[in-house]
Design a protein around this ligand. Structure first.
Ligand SMILES: [Zn+2]
Length: 527
């Protein structure tokens, strides 16, 4: 019985720590706290232990099995005390205001993780609509669908806010090795690239492994296709070859650029993503090739063979298109004019299904409001979900939000973006003052039961940054185990089958608890 009790407590250790934290009054001696088991769970645990010990005592008069049982129970009681002492250490750090949020947090976590609703909603978006590049009818449909679904959830003030977005069209494209031998590479043009002439560009490929290499090659690159074969280290480090490589090569006379896909080796998956043309360099077409094809080109060059590629791309911009941010709210019960804003970006690249980047982020943040509504948990302040448009190739949604809400940015208490995938949640990245971080840390302890209680540096989000930077708003970013993220993002493999429904439900739970408590705090979270 005691074993069961203890293993149950072990499994719910974090809940145990949470539930007894209201004994952490200043000046309350630690040892006394160890024995003050007035909490329901602890009391039940102790009662069970005592009852078992007593029956063991009686039994010991009659047989040695009883004695052994009693010894075992005493050991278990000792373990219980050690566990309770550990709880006491934790209790000592937990502020009293957190107590009132244990029950709502447990309800939100229970509701989120008791169902696969979030994953199924994402499946509808990714299966029935699919990828959603800015300017496409699919993104328009996704916006309409999201607004209609938010209304069905019973969210308030559901509306769309117009945003003009760039409309880049990929068109047909190919990159073929024509010598030595012929080989059709798997490629994706980089977002924002210009086209080749209709007949394509055929030229020798020169491989470089850094910008230093590039500059050293200098004028020998004239008329050549520059191939940035830079192995992936981290996204931040490697992405610069995709974004800045084309213009840097063009200044030296290159006619086109190929980049090794920015991501770990996948299964012959090319990664698209935006390039940034510099104003002072001629625009040349640029495409990503798979790591497998990158290695093949490199091996061939290393053998001393000349590699010639024919690149054909129809990529171009059409006129800007009308798009929108989708907004839904749960109005605050006491301070409806103060806002906690959470969301993800509804647009995606034009390959895969935009499941991880960032349909999942949209759904798990939106879930926070649906869960609160369903459980009749209405915080003091208004919680607003925003599904931003055009993050991938313009960030117009994020800047439009800042511009359209400029007058109320001072009343934004916190902003949170989920755009790192919805894999196993770890906690949150946070940007703001140390004082605010202490509060976020305390709230995060409510997420120990789902192991999502880490508070890490880095609360930035591409769509929240414009507002956050202008008005110094504390900001959070959902942090997840992103080991799989960069293998699939911006690729044809960004589909929902890579996402685990349980992990996704936990992401929704983490966002819901953090958002609810921040929106309900008696004193607003201050920068
Ligand atoms: Zn994204």
């Amino acid at each position: 019985m005691s074993i069961l009790t203890l293993s149950a407590r072990d499994g719910l250790l974090t809940r145990g720590k949470r539930d007894d934290s209201h004994h952490s009054r200043p000046g309350h001696p630690g040892w006394l706290r160890c024995f003050s088991l007035t909490d329901d769970q602890h009391a039940r645990s102790l009662r069970l232990s005592i009852r078992a010990t007593r029956s063991g005592t009686h039994a010991s008069h009659h047989d040695s099995r009883g004695l052994a049982k009693r010894r075992a129970l005493l050991v278990l009681c000792g373990v219980a005390l050690v566990l309770n002492c550990r709880s006491a250490e934790v209790r000592a750090q937990v502020p009293s205001w957190l107590e009132q949020y244990r029950q709502p947090a447990a309800r939100l976590i229970g509701e989120a993780t008791g169902d696969t609703f979030a994953w199924r909603r994402l499946a509808v978006l990714t299966d029935s609509i699919g990828h959603r590049l800015s300017g496409t009818p699919q993104l328009d449909r996704a916006i309409e669908w999201a607004a209609a679904e938010m209304k069905r959830d019973g969210l308030e003030n559901v509306h769309t806010e117009p945003v003009m977005v760039p409309h880049w069209v990929r068109g047909n494209e190919s990159a073929d090795i024509v010598e030595p031998g012929r080989h059709g590479m798997v490629m994706l043009g980089l977002g924002g690239s210009v086209s080749t002439p209709a007949s394509g560009i055929q030229a020798e490929v020169i491989a470089v492994h850094s910008f230093n290499d590039l500059d050293a090659a200098g004028s020998s690159l004239k008329g050549k296709i520059v191939f940035f074969n830079v192995p992936y280290t981290s996204y931040e480090e490697t992405v610069t070859y995709r974004s800045d490589g084309p213009s840097r090569a063009s200044r030296l006379g290159a006619v086109a650029v190929l980049v090794r896909s920015v991501g770990p080796p996948g299964l012959r998956t090319p990664h698209t993503g935006a390039l940034q043309y510099a104003a002072d360099a001629p625009k040349i077409p640029a495409a990503a090739i798979t790591t497998e094809d990158a290695d093949r080109v490199q091996r061939t060059i290393d053998r001393g063979d000349r590699v010639t590629v024919r690149l054909r791309m129809e990529a171009h911009f059409e006129s800007e298109a009308l798009s929108a941010n989708v907004v839904g709210e749960l109005r605050g019960r006491e301070k409806p004019d103060e806002f906690v804003v959470i969301g993800g970006h509804l647009d995606s690249w034009d390959v895969g299904a935009g499941a991880t980047d960032d349909g999942g982020g949209c759904v798990v943040t939106w879930e926070a409001l649906r869960l609160m509504k369903k459980l009749n948990l209405r915080p003091r302040r208004t919680v607003r979900v925003v599904l931003w448009t055009n993050e991938e190739n313009g960030t117009r949604g994020g800047t439009a939000y800042r511009d359209q809400h400029r007058s109320e940015l001072g009343h934004h208490v916190m902003m949170l973006e989920s755009d790192n995938g919805v894999f196993r949640p770890l906690g949150f990245g946070f940007t703001g003052s140390d004082r605010a971080r202490q509060k976020i840390r305390a709230i995060a302890t409510l997420l120990r039961g789902i192991a999502a209680d880490a508070v890490l540096p880095g609360g930035e989000g591409a769509d929240t940054n414009p507002s956050v930077r202008e008005a110094r708003i504390p900001s959070l970013a959902l942090a997840v185990d992103d080991a799989r993220y960069f293998t699939i993002h911006h690729t044809p493999a960004d589909t929902i089958d890579k996402i685990d429904p349980v992990e996704m439900a936990r992401c929704a739970a983490a966002v819901a608890v953090m958002t609810y408590v921040v929106a309900d705090l008696a004193d607003r979270l201050e920068w």
